[in-house]
Design a protein around this ligand. Structure first.
Ligand code: CMC
Length: 392
């Protein structure tokens, strides 16, 4: 009989060759096409990082301008898609709406579903990156009963997203450039993260030859889980539940208790065993944004900082190498900007779209790629004869 390697959770199985993103979990290093994330977060911006992930090199100014124009040209949704949004219950979670709407794109954009055609692949990539902010913003608007706000192509990618979320037809939202920079940085920090669960889902879906919209919808569905992208929502809800720094020891004790399923959300990572470099940038950004908004003595930020301090000083967390991850501070920034917790994971999804798309393109271009088909170790019954119902 065949012998298969058992690797639950794929901790030691490489599923592909890739040249996009490199992580050294012991050093806390994250590189996109060789460039460290802290330099990209500091000096670059989201659309430039999108170009880098998609095409492998930083763009010249002409290349960047052309790319930005292309993305800007695709921000509107097919008008008929509004009816698709309107079919959902108002109280639907925006992630539920996004999974449905993105999957439905293959019913609207027939000229970009043929994966054997390079130019169709290219158009699908651009459409997904350009339309995802509109889709996320509309899922939000629908959930709060406000009219959909159309994209504005004179604004930057991040500013346009804030506009679509917070403007109403009666009154435009004036986008503060510092907030739009902070938004852009959140997008940049989430842009790609090699073969995480949602990216692997996109690759596995794509391995069957499924169309790009179906593959990205599968990635969004996977991201939603609280162990993955759903952790940012879960983390802020946890911080609010803790409420004040004096309650922290109780929650730390629960996280350490083997008989309690509670975990510190925003803590721990499969690959980072020293620190998550994205969390370092996010923490700085949280301070800047709260300062700008004049939020002094924010109890959630105070709880987060104290929780981080106490957890890091605790043997349980240091022995298991558990540190704050990207989701630990992002929610504090998003909430200060005015987003409800239900929008945190949609924002992660829109940021990660470029990563999914880049990995999808890389996979299709790989001459070794074939359908993904994990094997199993069968532990069930051996052969037995069918028993008639009256004899059971
Ligand atoms: N709080 C308390 N204990 C924890 C935590 C935590 N947040 N994370 C891991 N542990 C313990 C866990 O109980 C286990 O203990 P033991 O070895 O005694 O059984 C040990 O640490 C290893 O945990 P694991 O679940 O085997 O590790 P994993 O690599 O399978 O899981 C993880 C990684 C991120 C899913 C996990 O750390 C976790 O659930 N964290 C909380 C959720 C979270 O913040 N997720 C966001 C991850 S970063 C962004 C993203 O990927 O979307």
């Amino acid at each position: 009989a065949d012998v298969f390697t058992y690797d639950p959770g794929f901790t030691s199985t490489a599923s592909c060759d890739s040249t996009i993103t490199f992580i050294d979990g012991d050093k806390g290093e994250l590189l996109h096409r060789g460039y460290p994330i802290d330099q990209l977060a500091e000096k670059s911006h989201y659309l430039e990082v999108c170009y880098l992930l998609l095409y492998g090199e930083l763009p010249s100014s002409g290349e960047l301008e052309k790319f930005e124009n292309t993305i800007t040209r695709h921000t509107m949704l097919h008008e008929q898609m509004q009816y698709f949004f309107r079919g959902f219950r108002r109280d639907a979670h925006p992630m539920a709406t996004m999974v449905g709407v993105v999957g439905a794109m293959s019913a609207f954009y027939h000229d970009s579903t043929d994966i054997s055609d390079n130019s169709q692949r290219e158009i699908a990539s651009h459409r997904l990156i350009a339309k995802m902010p509109t889709i996320a913003a509309w899922a939000y608007k629908y959930s709060i009963g406000q009219p959909f706000v159309y994209p504005r192509n004179d604004l930057s990618y991040a500013a346009n997203f804030l506009h679509m979320c917070f403007s109403v037809p009666a009154e435009p939202y004036h986008v503060n450039p510092i907030l739009s920079r902070a938004m852009d940085r959140i997008f940049t920090l989430h842009a790609d993260h090699e073969q995480n669960a949602s990216t692997s889902t996109v690759r596995l879906a794509s391995s069957s030859g499924a169309n790009p919209f179906a593959c990205i919808a599968a990635g969004i569905a996977c991201l939603w889980g609280p162990a993955h992208g759903g952790a940012n929502q879960a983390c802020l809800e946890m911080l609010k539940e803790i409420g004040s720094p004096d309650k922290i020891p109780e929650y730390i004790a629960r996280a350490k208790d083997k008989n309690d399923p509670f975990r510190l959300m925003g803590f721990g990572h499969r690959v980072y065993k020293n620190f998550d470099p994205r969390a370092t940038v996010m923490k700085q950004s949280a301070d800047e944004v709260l300062d700008l908004l004049g939020v002094e003595n924010n109890p959630v930020l105070a709880t987060a900082k104290e929780l981080e301090k106490q957890a890091l000083a605790d043997d349980y967390f240091s022995e298991k190498k558990l540190f704050p991850n990207v989701d630990f501070y992002s929610g504090i920034i998003l909430e200060a900007m005015g987003f409800p917790t239900s929008m945190f994971t949609p924002i992660f999804a829109l940021s990660r779209t470029v990563g999914w798309v880049s990995q999808w393109k890389e996979q299709l271009a790989d001459p070794h790629h074939r359908i993904g088909r994990p094997r199993q170790l069968y532990r069930g019954h051996t052969l037995r004869d069918y028993t008639d119902i009256e004899n059971r």
